[in-house]
Ligand binder design. Structure first.
Ligand code: NAD
Ligand code: UDP
Length: 334
């Protein structure tokens, strides 16, 4: 039977496909390449180009494949864009989930592992954030993902479709051999932007805000390596296959790093000066986001291999140096 990976040509999805194949799974990928790259998809996966919201297309894929479970990465995820154009997010992310679950119910596919996000929590009341903490998103992106979690909850009750919601914190890094990595246009994430400055593609890093209530005044985030994250999806799928009930898990390292600390770490790893300036706060940025991820460790047996941000940055730098133009396919444009 096959694992169907939706959004498998994207940054995280391509690493998940790669790990699934390395572990001997039969893999099919659906992606419309709106932000993904065909070249990122492992050759051993069957690739279907199309949109999750296109029910005719999706039904055909489900007719053709014998699917044991779905891993769902296909979504938009840029917070400031979601503030300007919320309907784009509710359409692609939330309405896309409705279409997907309809097709899953029709084809009697009863397992889904889902990319959720720390953005579903909004401004945390306590650090580290636990899975049981209130989910009060502060932007439409987080709201679209929270709605997707709720839609899965009710679809579990009505149709018996079991789900695992994996709430990622800050994902970074690349496959250590440098063959796949992060290539977004525009790039908005801290680590790849710092490395663009290190590579001379950008003049300087702007650090958004140094007046937060944190030790050095800059935001604190919790970084998880993309390969560790990919492995958590496989554990989640196996957990569902064992017959367990639907659950949500945070995926982070449980350690916070400030934006200034990330810059210092990148200077050390790359040996580049990486000029940086302070800039105004970016709207919607919570001060500190750090996950309690002991639940994933204890229940799923998740054992992340990367506990050092320098090692995470090193793998991203390796990808950057071996692929200065990314996948060089002009893809990845939402
Ligand atoms: P990405 O943009 O690189 O990957 C998303 C993939 O989905 C792309 O290949 C895109 O072409 C595809 N896609 C989007 N809409 C589609 C549709 N309607 N039909 C078919 N394919 C579609 O993003 P990413 O950084 O790999 O993130 C993957 C998932 O993880 C997203 O759902 C995102 O919300 C979530 N997430 C990411 C982070 C992060 O730090 N990158 C953090 C938390 C959650
Ligand atoms: N950030 C920054 N400059 C940039 C990009 C990001 O200072 O050019 C900061 C951002 O304000 C946040 C942290 O880096 O405090 C992580 O941002 P990112 O967009 O990577 O992830 P988020 O935490 O928003 O999911």
């Amino acid at each position: 039977m096959a694992v169907l990976v939706l959004g498998g040509a994207g940054y995280i999805g391509s690493h998940a496909v790669d790990r699934l194949i390395a572990k001997g799974y039969d893999v099919a990928v659906v992606d419309n390449l709106v932000t993904g790259h065909r070249a990122a998809v492992n050759d051993q996966a069957r690739f279907y180009e199309g949109d999750v919201r296109d029910s005719d297309f999706l039904n055909q894929v489900f007719d053709q494949e014998d699917i044991e479970g779905v891993i769902h990465f296909a979504a938009f995820s840029i917070v400031p864009e979601s503030m300007k154009n919320p309907l784009k997010y509710f359409d692609n992310n939330t309405a896309g989930m409705v279409k997907l679950l309809e097709v899953m119910a029709k084809h009697d596919v009863k397992r889904i592992v889902f990319s959720s996000t720390a953005a579903t929590y909004g401004e945390p009341k306590q650090i580290p954030i636990k899975e049981t903490d209130p989910q009060v998103p502060t932007n439409p992106y987080g709201e679209s993902k929270l709605a997707m979690e709720k839609i899965m909850h009710w679809s579990d009750i009505a149709y018996g479709i079991k789900f695992i919601a994996l709430r990622y914190f800050n994902v970074a890094g690349a496959k250590p051999d440098g063959s796949i990595g992060e290539d977004h246009h525009p790039e908005t994430h801290l680590v790849p932007i710092i490395l663009q400055v290190a590579a001379g593609e950008r003049e300087q890093l702007q650090i958004f805000g140094d007046d937060y209530p944190t030790p050095d005044g800059t935001n604190v985030r919790d970084y998880v390596h993309v390969v560790d994250l990919a492995d958590a999806h496989i554990l989640a799928l196996e957990y569902l296959k064992q017959g367990h009930d639907s659950e949500a898990f945070n995926l982070g390292s449980s350690t916070g790093f400030s934006n200034k600390q990330m810059l210092d770490a990148a200077r050390e790893v790359t040996g580049q000066p990486i000029p940086a300036v302070m800039a105004p706060r970016r709207a919607g940025d919570p001060s500190t986001l750090v996950a309690a991820s002991d639940k994933a460790r204890n229940v799923l047996g998740w054992d992340p291999q990367y506990d050092d941000v320098k090692e995470i940055i090193k793998t991203a730098w390796n990808w950057k140096q071996s692929h200065p133009a990314g996948y060089d396919d002009r893809g990845g444009q939402a």
